[in-house]
Design a protein around this ligand. Structure first.
Ligand code: PGA
Length: 263
């Protein structure tokens, strides 16, 4: 656990990669890769976010082999059940023992036209079913140039937190759109500036305790070679990793780094 009391969270967003058979091999290999590092302590929490079709398989494996990874889904429906073809209910996810669900990833906002209001409704759906929402916010390069580094993320988080009780268990992820999958990483200072602004939103919309306890992740081209620089920032409590979470040794190195710096 870090000195600030927030356990770092390293989350792997697989996006539409790895089928359920590949998922088994991946989780087993990652577990083996980390075994030597004795990661079965509370110095860092590891979570994987496979596609929906892998969740049952991943849950069964994690459960059977007592693998200390959390897991979650990449999205959920705003509705709990009914005539919504193709949608997945939070009720199903919590029955599968998902701990987390990613909400409002920029790829959902961009390709599926998810508005801030839809994101807020999904946050409510997650909380109704005992899932921890990983609320993603972040600006495009155009928006950064137009309104500065923090305005878009702050506004997105403010809407997402509508109706969220101060006691809710949530995670926030700052992912500048211009840094996702581009190799164009934000500087640690840029990440810190926005994460600090997001923590201020938590204090304002929820309360001081929620701001102190809620983990804020940075995401966007995180690799083993740069994770340390982000984790040194006081308001960055972990990473949401895309591409580098699909390579066992690289993802293990990102997780292991946490241990070695003793955060
Ligand atoms: P990336 O993706 O690490 O491949 O940039 C991050 C994300 O989209 O969560």
């Amino acid at each position: 656990m870090a000195v600030n009391g927030r356990t770092p969270l390293i989350a792997g967003n697989w996006k539409m990669n790895l089928d359920h058979l590949q998922a088994v091999a991946f989780v087993q290999k990652l577990h083996w890769a980390l075994k030597d590092a004795k990661h079965e302590d509370d110095s860092v929490e590891v979570a994987v976010f496979p596609p929906f079709t892998d969740l049952r398989t991943v849950q069964t494996l994690i459960d059977a082999d007592k693998i200390p990874f959390a897991f979650g889904a990449q999205d959920l429906s705003t509705h709990d059940s009914g005539a919504y073809t193709g949608e997945i209910s939070g009720a199903f996810l919590s029955k599968l023992q998902c701990g987390y669900v990613i909400i409002g990833h920029s790829e959902r906002r961009q390709y599926h036209h998810e508005t801030d209001e839809v994101v807020a409704a999904k946050v409510q759906a997650a909380l109704r079913h005992g899932l921890v929402p990983v609320i993603c916010v972040g600006e495009t390069l155009e928006q950064r140039e137009e309104s500065g580094p923090t305005a878009v993320s702050v506004a997105q988080l403010e809407v997402a937190l509508e109706g969220v009780p101060a006691s809710a268990d949530i995670v926030v992820a700052y992912e500048p759109v211009w840094a996702i999958g581009t190799g164009q990483v934000a500087s640690p200072e840029q990440a810190q500036e926005v994460c600090a602004a997001l923590r201020a939103v938590l204090a304002d919309k929820l309360d001081a305790d929620a701001a102190a306890r809620t983990r804020i992740l940075y995401g966007g081209s995180v690799k083993s070679s740069n994770v340390a620089s982000f984790m040194r920032e006081p308001d960055v409590d972990g990473a949401l990793v895309g591409g580098a979470s699909l390579v066992v040794d690289e993802f293990a190195a990102i997780i292991r780094y946490q241990k070695h710096v003793g955060v």
